[in-house]
Design a protein around this ligand. Sequence first.
Ligand code: 4AD
Ligand code: MG
Length: 479
Amino acid sequence: MKRTEIKALLQEAEVGKKVNVKGWVRTKRGSKNVAFVALNDGSVIHNIQIVVDLEKFNENDLAQVTTGASISVDGEVVASQGSGQKVEVVAEKLEVLGAADPEKYPLQAKKHSLEFLRDIAHLRFRSNTFGAITRIRHSMIFAVHKFFTEEGFYNIHTPIITGSDAEGAGEMFHVSTLDPKSPPLNEEGNIDYKKDFFGKETNLTVSGQLEVETACMAMSKVYTFGPTFRAENSNTTRHLAEFWMIEPEIAFADLEEDMDLAEKFIKYLLQYALDNCMDDLEFLSKRLEESEKGKKADEKSMELIEKLRFVLANDFERVTYTEAIQILRNSKPNKKKKFQYLIDAWGADLQSEHERFLVEKHFKKPVILTDYPMNIKAFYMKQNDDGKTVRAMDVLFPQIGEIIGGSQREENLEKLTERMKAMDIPEEEMWWYLDTRKFGTAVHSGFGLGFERLMLFVTGMGNIRDVIPFPRTPQNAEF
Ligand code: 4AD
Ligand code: MG
């Protein structure tokens, strides 16, 4: 018999139908005459209940039907007696495909902590929480491509190994095939990268932006969605050493249009989650509520689905960096010295505590900060006429802080190279990037959305390690 996936089985709920289901046992419980097996195959958060009549099956048949085992069941779909779901399957034939020794299988039917699940990341797909996250993650990836396709963008695969480190977005991971114990040396006694695999020094990319800009100067609307790597030693709940980033780039468009695109894009993704992932969102919402049970009312986060709807219903607040500094300087936590980093002068880089104050306490909705000081931003950002700020924008979200970073780009060759000189960025290495400004330059803008930061927001999870299958963080590259 052809296998029916549990999602389809529950949706169709065809009483009387003979089916085959396969999956992994979540729990088995029973009484004298009957055993109930909760089976899950990952297609949906819900389990199908298998009813096993103990007159037809003996103890031996069921001995290996334990949590974690994979089984195949032929049986009949019947209306469910219990309240949980409409239908269940009465087993006629039951086969254990792969046993899971209960003495050794680490995932038990009880609730496990997220920390424990992280240590068994290869098995945590089998937990309700990570199953839900995995399905939502897939939906969000799909929605990203759907959005840009509908908007007339082209997807560009930018390189993962890069020969340029000009972006300055973070420390880089070196890529080399030289023997670290005895690398070839040049006449000056330094490592001779001419002898390395690519004939030059190479790294894992921190961003696909510079390459995607070149595509933009021909295709008009492009985006890259790929893995990016940052070797920063930041052990926070919002940083990964390997994360996925979506970077659109639009030609003939200024910062206003860039912000409009960013807001439309995020809202599209949230709406898509609400329209397509409700089962999983409801599960995660309950999970969040339970995990915050002990907290005081004002420490609790907004209910997950309500929070997504709230962001959809409100315009993001657009504020300049200079206005934000005013607000922060006069804020209570600044005056009472509650911030770890006090804001006294214009020019200070904003920390996550400041971003969250603006979003969660002051404006109480997502904020787009614009026009940052030139000195704390990348070389490629469009210089304002004031000579000290650039047309940058960061989108700040509750609980997350920065979810998007972007800017209008400096399209003027002279201004761009002037800035590169000031920042010690070698022009020779960037010849190909500068060509875009030499040949048919145009006003253009773009941004980067951290995919796992988006996932944090959509799922309500508190730690970025729990929204990517195999997190890479300092001192951690297991699996
Ligand atoms: O602000 P960032 O560094 O911007 C860029 O890389 C630009 N090249 C983007 C562009 O204009 N095309 O990073 C963009 C976003 C951040 O807003 C954040 O959401 C995410 O990437 N991000 C991280 N996510 C997880 N772990 C990290 N270590 C991250 N660093 C940045
Ligand atoms: Mg940034």
